[in-house]
Design a protein around this ligand. Structure first.
Ligand code: UGA
Length: 397
């Protein structure tokens, strides 16, 4: 397994759990040293236990020696970064190419969500394998044997189809989120409730209820980068993906518009005011800050003259250098102290049952901007808050 980032480390540990012997290779010697001691550089539920289990069973090891690791391997996975290439938005394959060795090539896209990556690996909806030789197909089948026995659907296809399927899946999910976000905007104008709209739509089995939670716009390491790469490739091949292009634009605009929502909730200005922020990671159960909506919202509020106090259960260390000038706190109540408005950006479980009375007492003014619809509006209003949610009744004027 070349690369010990989110995908490589989770996949390596999970394959070792399936039975094979896995050697994870990384160029970062310090990281390899830490992993050998069972220390996990990222926040992912269950990963530390799984890595340590693999280490003590002798089925999982870490090294910087690439040649040695691949010499006797039946399969070599390349799970290194594919960031957006500067300037043109294509996936930057430099790291993949640098790691590539001369073998049969298989495309085996992952469908791991951060925060539930191990469950997604062990119980996937499907496994997608693009391969062009019988030998390669046989090796992959053997690797995923436990899932074959579980009757997990395995889609065997070509390299091109496999790659495009991955992009299509992520672009479709990003479209679903963006669609409901636009419906949320309309709900605010016409006085409808987006959560009921999502439920009413989602109960139609053809639509499905997942990924219809309106919020501040999608972020993370996958949807933003994959939608851009797909749109770019489609353009170059003369088959523009206009829906995906629009999704990218609408999502960008939406992330930008969230700061104005806070401004409106504060009576039009935040200069000299203190804004409390709950959650900065792009979603709960991760410390990942890549393309997080907080990276648009917080600087915009700072530019408008606000002082920011913030707390995140896992991402503060990661966020500190990306969000300069923020006063980091130890818990939600400390964030609330002296604040003129509280903005909930990431729906961590520990923000779901706050003592609103205690929060309100700590604040200077009771204003709550709930960008994930965690709190029922009447509960917040009963605790004396002016409440702004997403797509539930009137927007602040
Ligand atoms: C996503 C896909 O869900 C995985 O299947 C895929 O393997 C992965 O990308 C990848 O390509 O590697 P991930 O980025 O970890 O996984 O996170 P998601 O749970 O999909 O959330 C992405 C973003 O959409 C988050 O910002 C989240 O807050 C937002 N979201 C999600 C919504 O705003 N509403 C929803 O209903 C769902």
């Amino acid at each position: 397994m070349i690369g010990t980032g989110y995908v490589g480390l989770v996949s390596g540990a999970c394959f070792a759990e399936f039975g094979p012997t896995v050697t994870c290779v990384d160029v970062d010697a310090e990281k390899v040293e830490r992993l050998r001691r069972g220390e996990i550089p990222i926040y992912e539920a269950g990963l530390e236990a799984l890595v340590n289990k693999g280490l003590s069973a002798g089925r999982l090891s870490f090294t910087t020696e690439l040649a040695e690791a691949v010499r006797d391997a039946d399969a070599v996975f390349i799970a290194v970064g594919t960031p957006s290439r500067r300037g043109d938005g294509h996936a930057d394959l430099r790291f993949v190419e640098a790691a590539a060795v001369d073998f049969d090539v298989v495309s085996n896209p992952e469908f791991l969500r951060e925060g539930s990556a191990i469950g997604d690996f062990m119980r996937p909806d499907r496994v997608l394998i693009g391969a062009e030789s019988e030998r390669a197909r046989a090796v992959m089948k053997q690797l995923y044997r436990p899932l074959y026995l579980n009757e997990t659907p395995i889609v065997m296809t070509t390299l091109e189809t496999s790659e495009l399927t991955k992009y299509a899946a992520n672009a479709f999910l990003a479209t679903k989120i963006t669609f409901i976000n636009e419906m949320a905007e309309l709900c605010e104008k016409v006085g409808a409730n987006v959560q009921d709209v999502a439920r009413g739509m989602g109960l139609d089995g053809r639509i499905g209820k997942k990924f219809l939670h309106a919020g501040p716009g999608y972020g993370g390491s996958c949807f933003p980068k994959d939608t851009i790469a797909l749109a770019r490739t489609a353009q170059e091949y003369g088959a523009p993906a206009r829906i995906v292009e629009t999704v990218i634009q609408v999502n960008e605009t939406r992330k930008g518009a969230m700061a104005s929502r806070v401004l409106k909730a504060c009576g039009g200005f935040v200069r000299g005011k203190t804004v409390g922020v709950l959650g900065v990671a792009f979603k709960p159960n991760t410390d990942d800050m890549r393309d997080a909506p907080a990276l648009s919202i917080v600087p915009a509020l700072q530019d408008a003259g606000a002082t920011i106090r913030a707390y995140d259960p896992a991402a503060m260390h990661e966020a500190a250098s990306m969000l300069p000038g923020v006063q980091w706190c130890d818990d939600p109540y400390e964030v609330a102290a002296g604040a003129d408005v509280l903005v909930l950006i990431t729906e961590w479980n520990e923000f779901r049952a706050l003592d609103l009375e205690r929060v309100g007492q700590a604040m200077r003014v009771r204003v709550l901007v709930d960008l994930r619809n965690v709190y029922p509006p009447d509960e917040a209003v009963a605790a004396g808050f002016a409440y702004t949610g997403i797509g539930r009744g009137a927007a602040p004027s």
